[in-house]
Structure formats: C-alpha cells, structure tokens
Write a protein that binds this ligand. Sequence first.
Ligand SMILES: Nc1ncnc2c1ncn2[C@@H]1O[C@H](COP(=O)(O)OP(=O)(O)OP(=O)(O)O)[C@@H](O)[C@H]1O
Ligand SMILES: [Mg+2]
Length: 462
Amino acid sequence: MAHFGEKLRTLRGKTRHPQTQKPLTQQEIADRLKGKINIEYSHVTISNWERDVSQIRQDERDLLIALIEILYEHQGITSLEAANELLEAGHYRALNVPETSQINSQWLNETQETPTISPDTHTLNLPAKTYQDLIGRKAELQQLFDGFEKKMPAAFIVGLGGIGKSALAREAVEQALRADLFETVVWTSAKTERFIDEGIEKIERSSYSFDQLLNDIGRQCNRLEILPLSPEEKRDAVKYLLSQTHILIVLDNLETVEQARQLLDDILDIRGKSQLLITSRHFIDHPLVTQIRLGGFSQDQGIRFLRAESKLKGIDAVTQAGERTLKRIHDATGGAPLAMKLVIGQMYWLPMDDVLRILADAKFEEQDRDFYRFVFKHSWELLSLNAQKVLVSMSAFAVEDGGTGTSILQVSRVDAPEFTPALKLLIFMSLVDPSQNLQEKRYTIHQLTHYFVLSDIVKKWG
Ligand SMILES: Nc1ncnc2c1ncn2[C@@H]1O[C@H](COP(=O)(O)OP(=O)(O)OP(=O)(O)O)[C@@H](O)[C@H]1O
Ligand SMILES: [Mg+2]
C-alpha cells in the first residue's frame, strides 16, 4: 500500500473549503466522515492513513466511498479516473456502477461500460457471446465433440431456461470452428414471440417454418440465388448444398417453434453431410438425435462462477464471501447460471439472508417459470425508474440482435444524460448484456428477461 497515503495527502491538498477556499484539514475530513457514516475519527487517524501507518481495511468499503465522496465534493477528486487511481494505489478494487452513481452519476457517461466481451468470429452469423469464459461443461463439450467426430446426425441440448444451453452451443461452435471440424456454421433461432394478455404462460409460439430455415441456410452460406426459388426447388437446392458441404446447423430454442418435430424431420431428411446442434427447453424424442441433459453447475463450478461474476461486477458481498455462503447461493439457485447472475446483482443492495429467503420462497423446481419470474420481480424492484423504462423499451428489439445504444435511447424516451447511467445499472444487474461486433456495440436481453418485460406483471408493478 505504498502510495495510498501519499496520494491521499496530495488529493486533500487540492480540496477547497467552501468558505475559506483553503484545503480541508485532517480534522475537517474526520468531521465530514462522521457526518456521512456516523463513525467518530480524529485527525490522528487521517494522518496515519496519509503516512501509511495504518490502512483502511478492504471490508471498510463504506468508509472508502465516503472518503472519496468528500474529496469529490471539495474538488480534490474531479474525475472517475482520479478516484480509481486512489483506490488502485491502495489495492482496492475500482468503483462499481452503484458506487459511481452515488458519487456522480455523470461519470458513468464517460467510461466504457464493463464487461466488454471481445469481438470474435464476426464473419459468421453467430450471436454475441454472453459469457467471458465458459465455466465447467467439460464433459458435455466432449460429448458434443464425440458426436461431431462420429458424424452423428443431431445433438440435442435440453434443460431449463437460463441453465446455459445457448452458451454451451455457442462455445461448441467456436471450438469446432477452431478445430476445423466444419466448413461453415449456420446459426438459426426462432423469431421473437408475441405475448397475449397475461404473462409468460401464454407465449404465442413462433411459426418459424421449414421454408424460413432453408432461407437461413441459403443466406448464411452466401447462396442468395436459393432464396427466391419455389418450395420444392428450394428444398432440392439446399439438399444438394448439404450433400456437398459439411455444415453445422444450429437450431437455438427449438421449443419455441410450433411444429418442432416436423421441422426436425424435414431437415434431417435432407441433411446430407451436415450435422445439427439443437437447444431446447423441452425434450423431443427422436431416434436420430443424441440427447444431452444440462443441469445446474456442481457446487465447485457454482462457486467459481459466483467468484468470477461478482469480481467482474465489483460486488464485494459475494467476492469476499466464504465458501459456505457461496454454497448457499449455489444451492438456492439450483446452480442455474442466469439465476445466480441475478442474485449477485441483488446482493449489492440487500443482505444475503434476505435474497436467499426470497429465493427459498420461490422454490427451484422443474418448472422454471415461477422461479425466474420471482427472481426478476425482485431485481426489477431494485431498479431506478429510468432503468425500468430502458429495460421495458428493450422488448422492442429482437432477442438475438438487441439494439444499439442510440436506438434504445430513442425508444426508451429517457433523457439523454440519464440514459447511460440507467443502461449501466441494467448491465450491472445482469438484466442487459453488452456485446460487440465489428461495426458497433449492441445491447441484448436474455430470452427470459424478454418474457418478463412483456408480461403483465411488469405493468402491474410499474
Ligand atoms: N458455463 C457457463 N459459463 C459462464 N456463463 C454461463 C455458462 N452457462 C451459462 N452462462 C451464462 O448464463 C446466462 C444464461 O445462459 P443461456 O442463455 O445459455 O441459457 P439458456 O439455457 O440458453 O436459456 P434459454 O432456455 O432461456 O434460452 C447467460 O448470460 C450465459 O452467458
Ligand atoms: Mg438459449
């Protein structure tokens, strides 16, 4: 902690007392700390910090934030960068989103939001990656690769909403491309559902058809001449294409397709050399399909996931928690990654016992609907009004593509200076995922968040 004291002293030297315009004294800093966090300090303590004789502990975060706030309010610290430099000097982590907005929410407009996921495999029509490093799933990846190598017609990843099916499929695709297992990959996903009155139960199923699938294959293989053909000619043209080219065709979220079984039969009929990778919340029994059931993380994986996620977001209540606490979060969420992400966000504001009690009331069972609805409701209530508005406006965009910052700003009708802080809060809460392709930054929401936002409950709570 060699430089913290020195930096603190320098920054104090830049502060101005509102009346005298002189730098704040050590005693004046101590008095202001008392005003903010109601703990009595003397000028000696401040002097000790400045001489690195004693240090503020990592878990005294409130004290650190109050100190930065005082320096900011008296012009000692004038930028987020300067605040973070002081923290870094003491080996403290940088300000997270809620802390930054507590001090000066305009600072959130200046920075790059975190986490930024590196752009990759742009040339293909792959969805943005929603994770940085895939945790666990080694056995499942191996199983998928065995299937690819044995030229199995189709692999089917089945599991609850938010359990990680698309993430696993996305990773398998990336690794398969790196290993040159396929000439190309076609990624398709049933289009966004519409909602009829009450909520998540009544999802109108997508009418994604065989014809649309053929179009997607034609388009993504750069064979645009296939698109205008008649249905029979198109089928024959794609059949020929698949007999010549070794393609991996991904059908993401097949459960949303009305005629899922028929679609599967139709595509398997003409599959040629190609192979299928399917994700679905519901199982479809089919002789040509190898099934991989995806469950929650094991305790060890769950703990790793919780540590990595909370570190990324700067949520000390989770980063510094002992193994026993992390195990409790893991168990209460059934190790489901999406649920764990939402819980981590909530733990910035609420004591863990409260968060876990709410989860226990919701009960994690085979039927995921109520559970997630419960978890979302809770995160929703922690949002600012502007953040709620921005989240609701995101339902106007297709789930896979999301929107750019500018387009979301327009739809949300939130005042421009308030927009970025609201968006960052949503990212912090794991309700919005930032992603990047070659051209631009985009923001997406998870399928389940999409359902939630469109449901009647949001209107009722709003
Ligand atoms: N193994 C993993 N490592 C790191 N992050 C993960 C992992 N699995 C899932 N996640 C993260 O958890 C969230 C939910 O995962 P994902 O979208 O893959 O769920 P899903 O099963 O496809 O859900 P749905 O049925 O709603 O489509 C995503 O943000 C994803 O990045
Ligand atoms: Mg998915």
